[in-house]
Design a protein around this ligand. Structure first.
Ligand code: DC
Length: 212
């Protein structure tokens, strides 16, 4: 089993689809957004300046980070719930823009994939930069409005405000110089706005079958 890269913007349904796909294929799944979120949670807790690339880079290199299916820990602290708080969500794009952090996260992600001989990996730059030779690259997306409506259905809030926050996070993620959010030229683009989770998973499994 090789790498299946699932990339796309916030709220496109990546986590739900990537988890379901990994289960269907009987392989492991890595949420790389959770890695950036855990580093952000620890940076906030320890009062580091978010724009201090050197301090946050040291934290990224030195921390003991575990991202499992249902448990995320950093330096032994369970941050599974904390990484989904609005504070972390608002700060994560700043932390994820530092090359010092990205270099280390990419190293850990490649190590994860190599140790398992593959798996389903979800993020923003998996097909473009982390695993450019992935067996299959899928770019999941849909309109900011639909993404905002989904987030509100999951966790509440005002749809206009959530949409504005999503558009801003997309902007930050796609304009950073180091490995920005972008479709790989060889990715299959899937609009998740009009299909159920099962339909998208079926489509990805069929694509994998076609590629042998
Ligand atoms: O997928 P998510 O919302 O949990 O991702 C959180 C943030 O992490 C997102 O704003 C961008 C960043 N990220 C990244 O830069 N590269 C990745 N491979 C995954 C996430």
């Amino acid at each position: 089993m090789a790498i299946v890269a699932i990339d796309g913007p916030a709220g496109a349904g990546k986590s739900t689809i990537a988890r379901a796909l990994a289960k269907r294929l009987g392989v492991q799944y890595l949420d790389t957004g959770a890695m950036y979120r855990a580093v952000t949670a620890e940076a906030l807790r320890t009062g580091r300046h978010l724009d201090d690339s050197s301090a946050i880079g040291s934290l990224a290199r030195e921390c003991d980070l575990h991202v499992g299916l249902d448990l995320v820990t950093i330096d032994g602290r369970d941050v599974t719930a904390e990484i989904r708080t609005p504070e972390v969500t608002a700060a994560v794009s700043i932390v994820a823009a530092h090359s010092s952090v990205r270099t280390e996260m990419r190293r850990r992600q490649r190590e994860w994939g190599d140790a398992r001989g593959g798996g389903v990996i979800e993020g923003r730059d998996i097909g473009t930069v982390v695993f450019p030779d992935a067996a299959l690259k899928v770019f999941l997306t849909t309109s900011p409005r639909v993404r905002a409506e989904r987030r509100v259905a999951q966790s509440g809030g005002d749809v206009d405000q959530v949409e504005m926050a999503i558009v801003e996070r997309d902007r930050l993620d796609s304009t950073r110089p180091d490995s920005p959010l972008a479709e790989s030229s060889d990715a299959v683009v899937v609009d998740t706005g009009h299909s159920s989770i099962d339909e998208v998973v079926d489509q990805i499994v069929a694509l994998l079958g076609e590629r042998g």
